[in-house]
Design a protein around this ligand. Structure first.
Ligand code: SAM
Ligand code: DTB
Ligand code: SF4
Length: 323
């Protein structure tokens, strides 16, 4: 009889202590364990390539201390009202031609409102999903009815980040609460839309804040299907403009810990990749990251060159993952 690997059940009752113990392991042991678990649950050579498009840029009423799109900070971001449907669908077609299997549309809104803009967003979702792309939106808070309408239009996933721990949240954002965030995630889940929720490191948080965020994510009734791990991209004009660069080792620890506690989730090496060379990114893939954002821009900040990403995939023998 051939040996079968016994997969452990997906666990949603992690304690903070258990997560801290994992996060604190000697870094090479941590990477090795995450790499092992990754191989039990996923094809470790598959990396999903996603494209982001800011469909409505800047002028946001919220005060997220990291964000170049908050109206109250003076940044170089060019404010733009909602793009028209055709422009967005053309961009999605191009993203697909360049190898992306997921297209994420971002809007600098506090919440979705039931107006003409939302009707247009529903049409964008419908037409982009007709291209056979996974469609994701990140547009702030939403109600259960809005989630239902997005689902009917073909939305695959909704991104809504917790960003950090509940305890540190108020130091970063004062215009909404952690519970508001969790309510939206629940509305997304109820509508049977996949949940994408992660956070940012490098905001000035402590190690326990990072663990607290991973704890909240991994003890939701169901793990998010997708967890983006962002390193702060400090933007001039925001309160966090002078934050020091996040250590790659911290990024790897976050990714590897997320991989171990949420083994089936897509862990996305997201913002901050522009500051990393191939070797550093390779450590993140080894530690279980299995998705990147591709394209010259994230939402408003620069991202890695597409030709470099292609070269990196070739060198590391990674396969852009089919839809
Ligand atoms: N307004 C919506 C919201 O806040 O949910 C959607 C767009 S918002 C720009 C999406 C996410 O981008 C934020 O939750 C945050 O995690 C991330 N983000 C924004 N600015 C960033 C920065 N400077 N560095 C890293 N991540 C950033
Ligand atoms: C996420 O967690 N990271 C992506 C996506 N979700 C929207 C983008 C982060 C945006 C970084 C700052 C910018 O480009 O404006
Ligand atoms: Fe607005 Fe989202 Fe930026 Fe916060 S992160 S200021 S909600 S666009």
């Amino acid at each position: 009889m051939g040996a079968t690997i016994q997969l452990e059940e997906i666990k949603t009752d992690w304690t903070r202590q258990e997560i801290e113990e994992i996060y604190d392991r000697p870094v090479l042991e941590l990477i090795f364990q995450a790499a092992t678990i990754h191989r039990q649950y996923n094809n470790s050579r598959d990396v999903q390539v996603c494209t982001l498009l800011s469909v409505k840029t800047g002028g946001c009423p919220e005060d997220c201390a990291y964000c170049p799109q908050a109206a109250r900070y003076h940044t170089d971001v060019e404010v733009h009202k909602l793009l028209d449907v055709e422009t967005v669908v053309d961009a999605a077609r191009e993203a697909k031609a360049n190898g992306s299997t997921r297209f994420c549309m971002g809007a600098a809104w506090r919440k979705i409102k039931d107006n003409k803009d939302f009707d247009n967003v529903l049409e964008m979702v419908k037409q982009v999903s007709d291209l056979d792309l996974e469609v994701c939106c990140t547009m702030g808070m939403l109600t259960d009815n809005q989630a239902k309408r997005l689902k009917e239009a073909g939305l695959h996933a909704y991104n809504h980040n917790l960003d950090t721990s509940e305890e540190f949240y108020g130091d970063i954002i004062t215009t909404r609460t952690y519970d508001d965030r969790l309510d939206t995630l629940e509305n997304v889940r109820k509508a049977k839309i996949n949940v994408c929720s992660g956070g940012i490191i490098g905001l000035g948080e402590s190690k326990m804040d990072r663990i607290g965020m991973l704890h909240t994510l991994s003890t939701l009734p169901e793990h998010p299907e997708s967890v983006p791990v962002n390193a702060l991209v400090p933007v001039e004009g925001t309160p966090l403009e002078d934050q020091p660069r996040v250590s790659v080792w911290d990024m790897v620890r976050m990714i590897a810990t997320a991989r171990i506690i949420m083994p089936k989730t897509k862990i996305r090496l997201s913002a901050g990749r522009i500051m990393m060379n191939y070797e550093e990114q390779a450590l993140c893939f080894l530690g279980g990251a299995n998705s990147i954002f591709s394209g010259e821009k994230l939402l408003t900040t620069p991202n890695n060159e597409v030709v470099n990403d292609r070269e990196m995939f070739r060198i590391l023998d990674l396969n852009p993952q089919e839809g």
